[in-house]
Design a protein around this ligand. Structure first.
Ligand code: NZQ
Ligand code: ZN
Length: 381
């Protein structure tokens, strides 16, 4: 087991109606909030109104930054920083999925500096020493950003997507009402399930010996398959939505990395290349890359795959059964397992290879070099 620090300062408030506590939680942090949202789903389903009511009751005035796109771009975060500065915001309130919350984290750090937030992601700027407090109202179960210190943004011009992390970027309080996810369409619900499974796998394929983390990762995957099927059949099942929501948080809030070195994340690196090239949803990209990656490294991970198969399927299941059954599950819930299913044909392979060479995703335990990119690309076709 590796040395580790367990630290997670985010207060998570989970369950029906929890947004009613937002005003009380935010009040000690100031009088002015920058509210950040995506392309409008939270206007249609009434969540924005519920948050406004909380802020008003707590005597917090607000200004809205609207329009964060899925696979968020740094230019939006820079524009929102300017708005926050002009408004003299004391806090950022993010209402949305990973894209909105990740942008809010960038805004929170960007507030106290005079350069583009992108410089953090490029490691051109020193680490932030201050950030605005962040409150998040999660509307889509997937990334875990509501209870971690990471943020991922992209530059369309540079065709690059990068992550950044700072302990200053843990949300102060995150509000998770599973009923808020009833309106997530079937495709994004499935992509979220694929993302949470991928996070469990990334940490599971950190080969450091941490039996509790490995058993927990396998159990999260087993439950994600069970409740993923349930939510696909019955999108208004509270139990299914609630379990998926908590599984997604638990998959990337640090607990699966205890006793490990932080995970492999080579598959995430490859997926980020697909997302900058084709604007494919993050989870959809992962459900394509992961099976190919597991086949490519099969001989090195057979023992670990067998462990997963026996924990998630049945006691006699084999390593190969795990890959086959995971693909069947992804197909059943309608998230793609091949590039062709996502409308990316062979003509695009050269483009993908060029981007992989440019961004050079490495993987921490299963090192990736150019020959690996070729083989994995072939397996994703
Ligand atoms: O923009 P709106 O109109 O709000 O619509 C969104 C968007 O179109 C919609 N949506 C969200 N909640 C909804 C809803 N529609 C109806 N009802 C609701 N309740 O869903 C679409 C996707 O939203 P998005 O935030 O993009 O999805 P997700 O949560 O999957 O976030 C993806 C981003 O997170 C990054 C990804 O790379 C990607 O950029 N990640 C962040 C991580 C982190 N910070 O720890 C880790 C992850 O590995 C991931 O890389
Ligand atoms: Zn992810």
């Amino acid at each position: 087991m590796e040395n580790f620090v367990a630290y997670n300062p985010t207060k998570l408030v989970f369950g029906k109606g929890v947004v009613a506590q937002l005003g009380k939680e935010a009040q000690p942090y100031g009088k002015k909030a920058l509210v950040v949202i995506g392309k409008g789903s939270v206007k249609k389903n009434g969540i924005l109104e519920a948050v406004y009511q909380q802020l008003t009751e707590a005597d917090i005035s607000y200004t809205l930054y609207e329009g964060i796109k899925s696979n968020p771009i740094y230019e939006d975060a820079d524009a929102a920083v300017a708005q926050a500065k002009a408004f003299q915001a004391d806090m950022v309130v993010a209402i949305g999925g990973g894209s909105v919350i990740d942008s809010a984290k960038a805004i929170a750090a960007g507030y106290y500096v005079n350069h583009s937030v992108w410089d953090f992601y490029l490691r051109k700027a020193p680490a932030p020493t201050k950030a605005l407090p962040i409150f998040s109202v999660l509307t889509l179960a997937a990334t875990g950003t509501e209870m971690n210190m990471f943020t991922v943004l992209q530059s369309d011009a540079e065709k690059a997507k990068h992550g950044y992390g700072s302990p200053l970027l843990y949300p102060k309080v995150s509000f998770l009402d599973p009923e808020y996810t009833y309106s997530v369409p079937q495709n994004y619900t499935a992509y979220g399930v694929a993302d949470l499974i991928a996070h469990s796998l990334e940490q599971f394929f950190d080969t450091s010996n941490s039996p509790l983390s490995d058993a927990s990762a396998a159990e999260i995957i087993r439950l994600a398959m069970q409740y993923g099927r349930e939510v696909h059949k019955n999108p208004h099942s509270y139990e299914a939505r609630a379990n998926i929501m908590w599984l997604a948080t638990a998959a990337l809030n640090g607990s699966l990395s205890a006793g490990k070195l932080g995970g492999d994340f080579g598959v995430h690196g490859i997926e980020h290349c697909l997302s900058v090239l084709f604007d494919i949803a993050h989870g959809a990209g992962l459900s394509i890359v992961y099976p190919a990656w597991m086949r490519h490294f099969y001989s090195q991970i057979e023992g670990k795959l067998t462990f997963l198969a026996q924990r998630t399927l049945h006691t006699n299941a084999t390593a190969n059964d795990f890959i086959v059954e995971l693909e069947k599950f992804f197909t059943e819930i309608n998230t793609p397992i091949r590039l062709s299913e996502a409308g990316i044909d062979r003509e695009k392979h050269a483009l993908i290879l060029d981007n992989l060479k440019q961004n050079n995703p490495k993987g921490r335990f299963f090192k990736l070099i150019e020959a690996d990119y070729n083989s994995i690309l072939h397996l994703m076709a």
